[in-house]
Design a protein around this ligand. Structure first.
Ligand code: DOR
Ligand code: ZN
Length: 447
């Protein structure tokens, strides 16, 4: 089996940063700090660089099948490799929507053929696919839209929700924006063509009501529920009360952008849940630091610029992010908002724990060699034209970020090296150890 030694890098281990060598053998991390005399096929001197576990992005919309004019697996996963994302979990609002075991397997087969990085696919809940939700296994969990967004997977009736929480075993995650509140607000802004009104329509109240509803269901049914894209400080304040049943995630755009960015970004900043205020940015950072929110994920949701440039509200909600998320968060380390170890916890270790991912999320002997070598001091500007995502734009266009991935390994195979991509030949389907107990239940990282 091929052996690679990465030496002289500062390695972010679960116990902290340490200057050690890492030995990759086949698809696994064979050893940390191996004896120097071990013969290897490839020796990489990474002096001055940082070695991190690959990012696990538990919330992306890669649009395949059915919406491949916006994005596809080939483009999206090159974007992942370039951005240091070695694993993604894709949402079910593709066409057709992923609501049966057969459709889930079709997606897995597509990804086996086309993905450069590790993959997992959620199954979407509808009003009447309970049997399917009960019988699938090859998935991180079930996605619920409590409140509508792009696509038609809304499950809003209390009866249907009670059944899903009562009769399924897989962990759940949900888009929480209350449908009635959104509709009522929409009627008030019926004639609006100001994109800034998006934040008045999808307001704090809409998010809060839906999260409260999910929380009540999760606690009563003793069923794990992961709140996707928490966008308000008010929601974040609620989450700890429902421990261990609730976990939460926040997106870089909800941490770093707010309603004051609409004049600059226009509909590029139109997303669901909508951007909130600067005070929410601050409170979300605090919640993340205090472990009231457990992880950072992108909600990468590309649309073409042509679609985005339609006048609001015909413009669709969503923005691409996987290739810049790690650099965005590393830039925050330089800004003093967080530490490198926190970034690794939020983007690698925590998502692995929330979804019971087998052998990923940390640099530990025996784990998969999903690794990213980072130059923490490299400064580069995000440019639309250089984006790998099929839609070729970024809300961060024109922003200089500090801290970029240079090389990325997926299960021991180098898929990205300073601008060049190598096709992957290893098995990249993520395995899940449901029910391991999730974020609050799993306490050790042993192989
Ligand atoms: O802004 C969004 N876009 N939010 C979602 O929940 C879905 C996504 C999409 O699929 O475009
Ligand atoms: Zn989403």
């Amino acid at each position: 089996m091929k052996k690679t030694r990465i030496k002289n890098a500062t390695v972010v281990l679960p116990e902290g940063c340490c200057r050690v060598s890492v030995l990759i053998e086949g698809t696994r991390i064979a050893d940390i700090d191996p004896a120097p005399q071990i013969a290897v096929d490839i020796n990489i001197d990474a002096a001055g660089l940082y070695l991190l576990p690959g990012v696990i992005d538990d919330h992306v919309h890669f649009r395949e099948p059915g919406l491949t004019h916006k994005e596809d697996l080939a483009h999206a996963t090159r974007a992942c490799a370039k951005g240091g994302v070695t694993t993604f979990f894709d949402m079910p609002n593709t066409y057709p929507t992923t609501t049966t075991g057969d459709l889930l397997e079709e997606k897995l087969a597509l990804a086996a053929d086309r993905s450069l990085v590790n993959y997992g696919f959620y199954i979407g809940a509808t009003r009447d696919n309970l049997q399917q939700l009960r019988s699938v296994h090859r998935t991180p969990g079930i996605k619920l839209f409590i409140g509508s967004s792009t696509g038609d997977l809304l499950v809003d009736e209390q009866d249907a929700l009670e059944q899903i929480f009562a009769a399924t075993q897989l962990p759940l995650c949900g888009h929480c924006e209350d449908e009635r509140t959104v509709r009522r607000n929409m009627a008030r802004f019926a004639r609006t063509d100001h994109v800034a009104d998006h934040s008045q329509i999808r307001d704090e109240q809409a998010a809060l009501i839906a999260v409260q509803r999910a929380m009540d269901l999760a606690v009563r049914h003793r069923h794990r529920f992961h709140v996707a894209h928490v966008s308000t400080g008010a929601e974040a304040d609620l989450l700890p009360a429902a421990r261990p049943w609730l976990t939460g995630e926040v997106c870089p755009h909800h941490l770093l952008l707010n309603v004051d960015d609409y004049p600059r970004l226009g509909t590029r900043a139109q997303i669901n849940p909508a951007l909130k205020t600067e005070a929410d940015n601050r409170r979300l950072w605090e919640a993340l630091r205090e472990d009231h929110i457990q992880l950072v994920a992108t909600d990468h949701a590309p649309h073409t610029l042509e679609e985005k440039n339609r006048p609001y509200p015909e413009s669709p909600s969503g923005l691409p992010a996987v290739e810049n998320s790690l650099a965005l968060m590393l830039t925050q380390v330089h800004e003093g908002r967080c530490t490198l170890e926190q970034v690794v916890h939020w983007m690698c270790e925590a998502p692995a724990r929330v979804w019971d991912v087998r052998n990923k999320g940390a640099i530990v002997r025996g784990f998969d060699a999903d690794l990213v070598l980072v130059d923490l001091y490299k400064r580069a500007e995000v440019r639309d034209a250089e984006q790998e995502t099929r839609c070729r734009w970024s809300p961060w266009h024109g922003t200089i970020l500090t801290g970029w991935p240079l090389r990325t390994w997926v299960r021991g195979q180098e898929v990205y090296c300073e601008g060049r991509f190598n096709p992957s030949r290893v098995d990249r389907e993520v395995l899940f150890d449901h029910p391991l107990g999730g974020y609050w239940g799993r306490t050790t990282l042993a192989g």
